[in-house]
Design a protein around this ligand. Structure first.
Ligand SMILES: [Zn+2]
Length: 104
């Protein structure tokens, strides 16, 4: 997956390989690991959450500490997941805009 010019490898792993986390973003290795045994809504939240960590790193957004980054990423991840779940047609709209942007 591309995130701001970097290629991240996304892996779906069993919970025992996840260090007690639902997702792990490692920008230095350009990897995102996702616990493959979550519910669908949890997986959506986790996937967005880990992408937000990659974006934070890619845009060099600074936080006073990792805990502060985690608090912001956690809320935006949950908020965006809820937005997509509550508005399925939004993804079709994005898909159209992305298609037009890439063709134009
Ligand atoms: Zn996190």
């Amino acid at each position: 997956m591309r995130v701001l010019g970097k290629t991240y490898t996304v892996s779906y792993l069993p919970p025992e390989d996840m260090e007690d986390a639902f997702g792990i973003c490692t920008p230095s290795l350009q990897t995102i690991d996702i616990d493959k045994e979550q519910t669908v809504p949890e997986e959506l939240d986790t996937f967005i959450h880990e992408c937000l960590h990659a974006i934070v790193r890619g845009m060099r957004i600074e936080f006073p500490n990792y805990r502060a980054e985690e608090a912001v990423v956690d809320r935006f991840g949950a908020g965006l997941a809820a937005l997509f779940l509550d508005n399925p047609e939004l993804l079709k709209y994005f898909q159209r805009l992305v298609k037009e942007a890439n063709n134009g």
